[in-house]
Unconditional design. Sequence first.
Length: 337
Amino acid sequence: MLKGKTVVLGIESTAHTFGCGIVDEDGKILADVRDTYVPEKGGKHPREAAQHHSNVSAEIVAKALREAGITINDVDAIAVALGPGLGPCLRAGAVIARALAIHYSKPLVPVNHAVAHIEIGKLLTGAKDPLVVYVSGGNTLIAAFSGGRYRVFGETLDIALGNCLDVFAREAGLAPPYVVKGMHVVDLCAEKGSKIIDLPYVVKGEDLSYSGLLTAALKKLTEGNEKLEDICLSFRENAYNMLIEASERALAHTRKKEVLLTGGVAASPILQNKLKLMVKEHNASLHVTPKKYAGDNGVMIAWTGLLMFKYGITIESEKAFVNQRWRLDEVDIPWMK
């Protein structure tokens, strides 16, 4: 099955998930194993998440190899997400990746987490040259390929959309869990709302800001003069519509004919429907990364690592340092023309 085909093992540990994926050069997913750190209360604590990753890493990698039906000797390269992300979590993944590369004399490929979200979305949806709307717990940006790199046309100026939703849900007593029946708890609560109340709506060109919206929504919650369902509806509508407006400006500017929605928040059917309406107005097509691979996973690191490895992009283990703020537009993309 693997004779003559390049096989790459990828390790993801940028936030709450430790994942190991294995793919071949045809884009076939040979293994996808992951384990997610879930705090007993409150938000994610980077040090505790990193400890979780260290505890489960050996078994996750071993299980992925068993699932793929191969040994580490069949792997041509080790890919690892070196950023952006939470420092302690990134280091946990980097340690195991460097150890595997050194001990088994395998090339090490440094992968940018944001690039990986885009490439797995393109692989699984068939998108070729899309405007990318990448929304997750830690990232919110709008990008497109131009001149050898993914260029950022718009992004959050403060907190990410996913983080904004999660913090509000937690403070409102709606979470954890944050997702119920495939929908974010804020989306579910908003479906019961009937009135739009006044909350900040901040779009600056193709950039947006969520901190003021979050603060105002939490203030409304504390004041107790509005129903929780109405606050959720207003909060959700402003948050999503800000993103749609910024994305539409970028789509008109770039004149792309495809839009790729990726990242953990891409699973929201409400956001998907809003984007569908927007792209239809511009005669473009919407491609949504499948829910299973929209969030963090090792497969996206393995696939992007394979693309990079094919172009000879590797790094010495001694120089494989993590970069918490490694921007998408700092990465060369030689496999796109």
